[in-house]
Write a protein that binds this ligand. Structure first.
Ligand SMILES: NC(=O)c1ccc[n+]([C@@H]2O[C@H](COP(=O)([O-])OP(=O)(O)OC[C@H]3O[C@@H](n4cnc5c(N)ncnc54)[C@H](OP(=O)(O)O)[C@@H]3O)[C@@H](O)[C@H]2O)c1
Length: 365
């Protein structure tokens, strides 16, 4: 392995305003030799997430990426060499892989997120999507939004990875679900595939007028992915005891601090005795299995569609990050770097246990 080269995209400069591919630099180094307790894996799939914009520029819930280091990114990799007793060549693992072709993990000293083996019978693209944005939608909607049958649930950024799953979960809970997204094609996806009751195209329609027409009864749960003026319009239409799930505010991530949008209508939270609560999915990592069992069983039963927007090729990594800020993606943005070089290791006992646990989670409703 020591003769292999590892291509990487390093963070070259911190963005101010809109990110650009120029902020990354291509580098090549030797694939390192392993020490005891380490695992070498080939990166197969990379996840693209709006939070990477924050990781490029500042310390937030985790520290910023250092300049000159590979850009941080979630991903799926295949173990090709192991000096750790719990990992074997052929295993698929889910963790922060970074923008590089090979990654060395120290599973006993994980950095920010654990190194998790995923059962070999599951589709790695699906697991990558569900384990990041799927779980965000699941816990954000169910634990903070707490939707009740018959309530009206509104999602911004609704055709994206998190929004599309959050809306479908609210639908499964018996709610009237409305999505806000950019463009006719995305709104069509929401209604025809995502089974949302209504969709509003914020690029061509007046959101306030559409909300008054579609939801004269007001909004009980607002799952917010975008922030800014869209959220201000929604705040004017929340009901008493509404729950505002502050998942993210992508409309503001590329703004300079002095240009960030300040909400005008937040007093609506007071008047309506409503609750706005932010969360970070890392807080729910100890319940990840519970969420994944549920989400995968919904996908298998056809009750949840996880749309995946797949790009390819190492050279396209920086430009793929821009897709989510330009709104080019429908569903979860993933890039495939490589096919698994080894047969994927499956473990029939583990597969059986997963299936049984899925069934049990289904019985719990
Ligand atoms: N709290 C957490 O732990 C957590 C975890 C994961 C994600 N998030 C947050 O969830 C949100 C969605 O993330 P995701 O990974 O699922 O991405 P995504 O929704 O798949 O992709 C981003 C989407 O945002 C929309 N967008 C981009 N710029 C916009 C703007 N200026 N105004 C309105 N919409 C804009 C685009 O859709 P349109 O074409 O519809 O504009 C784009 O497709 C983000 O705010 C992210 O930070 C939070």
């Amino acid at each position: 392995m020591a003769t292999n080269k590892n291509r990487q995209w390093l963070l070259k400069s911190r963005p101010e305003g809109m990110i650009s591919p120029d902020q990354f630099q291509l580098a090549e180094s030797e694939v390192p030799r392993l020490n005891d307790g380490e695992v070498l894996a080939k990166v197969l799939l990379l996840s693209f997430d709006p939070t990477q914009r924050a990781w490029m520029s500042m310390d937030t819930y985790i520290p910023a990426v250092n300049l000159g280091e590979p850009m941080r990114a979630g991903g799926i990799a295949q173990v090709i060499e192991s000096r750790h007793s719990k990992f074997r060549p052929g295993d698929l693992v889910n963790s922060f892989c970074g923008w590089q072709e090979y990654v060395v993990f120290q599973p006993d000293k994980p950095k920010f997120v654990p190194v998790t083996r995923i059962p070999g019978h599951l589709d790695p693209k699906l697991i990558l999507a569900l384990s990041l944005t799927g779980l965000t939608a699941y816990f954000g909607m169910l634990e903070i939004g707490c939707p009740k049958r018959g309530e009206t649930v509104l999602i911004s950024g609704a055709a994206g990875a998190t929004g599309s799953v959050a809306g479908q979960i609210a639908k499964l809970k018996g709610c009237k679900v409305v999505g806000i997204a950019g463009g006719e094609e995305k709104c069509k996806w929401l209604k025809e595939i995502g089974k949302f009751d209504f969709a509003i195209d914020y690029k061509s329609q007046d959101i306030g007028r559409e909300l008054d027409r579609i939801c004269p009864e007001g909004v009980d749960v607002y799952f917010d992915n975008v922030g800014g003026p869209i959220t201000d319009e929604v705040l004017l239409r929340i009901n008493q005891k509404a729950r505002v799930v502050l998942c993210g505010a992508i409309s503001q991530y590329n703004q300079k601090v002095e240009e960030m949008y300040g909400l005008q209508n937040y007093l609506s939270l007071v008047i309506n005795r409503a609750r706005a609560e932010g969360f970070i999915i890392l807080d729910y990592l100890d319940r990840a299995l519970e969420g994944l069992l549920k989400l995968t069983s919904w996908v298998e039963s056809g009750n949840l569609i996880q749309e995946i927007d797949l790009q390819n090729g190492f050279e396209n990594i920086p430009s793929t990050l821009l897709r989510i800020f330009n709104g080019d993606n429908v569903g979860k943005q993933i890039l495939q770097l490589a096919e698994p070089p080894l047969p994927i290791r499956t473990n029939p006992a583990e597969q059986l246990i997963f299936r049984i646990m899925q069934k049990l989670s289904g019985l719990r409703g």
